[in-house]
Write a protein of this length. Structure first.
Lengths: 116, 114
């Protein structure tokens, strides 16, 4: 399977703990995105990378959130001092550089976070 | 905008019928649109896309229509099957180098009755 993969698929943590999620994009894709999705809502953009450069961050991405893509391949999203409001599905997507048909983003299965 | 919360708009159809799912997008500068299908517990799955210089695009059993005048997208699914049951989202991208993020609509739950 050469799609986007995410690890772990599920994470339960206690409030105040730090968590880290990993995303492996489709291998030839230069762009990598993080989104957050709460129950009954569409995904909301958090941040995106082109190769190793973080080019855009949403205001949703508070100081407790940090994302990295050190070698332009996989990415990590860390949440420090988790709060109950951080409970959500964290989705990763990847895309090639814009081509003739726009920029299709392909999503991974997500990491579901529950903060107790 | 309005927040639907847990009460997603729902479309209930009989197996074999055609389905039409509608979406109003927010930004007249958006130039690229995608429909995604999301099954419970899974990530969004790409279905079909369309650029703003087109008003219709067809795939296998699916057709997307774009009306830029009223900022409206629709997804038509022919001969709907039980496996089509899922939440469907439209997403828009402003492109043009301004941003690469997708903005998602509220979502519509498609329930296919056998």
């Amino acid at each position: 399977d050469t799609g986007v993969s995410q690890d772990p698929r599920h994470k339960i943590t206690k409030r105040g703990q730090n968590v880290t999620f990993r995303c492996d994009p489709i291998s030839e894709h230069n762009r990598l995105y993080w989104y957050r999705q709460t129950l009954g809502q569409g995904p909301e953009f958090l941040t995106y990378f082109q190769n190793e450069a973080q080019l855009e961050k949403s205001r949703l991405l508070s100081d407790r959130f940090s994302a990295e893509r050190p070698k332009g391949s996989f990415s990590t999203l860390e949440i420090q001092r988790t709060e109950q409001g951080d409970s959500a599905m964290y989705l990763c997507a990847s895309s090639p550089i814009r081509g003739a048909w726009g920029e299709t983003q392909y999503f991974g299965p997500g990491t579901r976070l529950l903060v107790l | 905008g309005e927040s639907v919360g847990l009460h997603l708009p729902t479309l209930s159809v009989q197996e074999g019928d055609n389905s039409i799912i509608n979406c109003a997008y927010s930004n007249s500068a958006s130039d690229y649109f995608i429909w995604y299908k999301q099954e419970s517990g899974k990530g969004p799955q790409f279905i079909i896309d369309i650029r703003s210089n087109m008003d219709k695009r067809q795939g296998q059993r699916v057709t997307v229509l774009l009306n830029k005048t009223v900022k409206h997208l629709s997804l038509q699914i022919a001969a709907t099957q039980p496996g089509d049951s899922a939440v469907y989202f439209c997403a828009e991208n402003m492109g043009g180098g301004a941003t690469n993020k997708l903005i998602f609509g509220t979502g519509t739950l498609l329930a296919v009755q056998p």
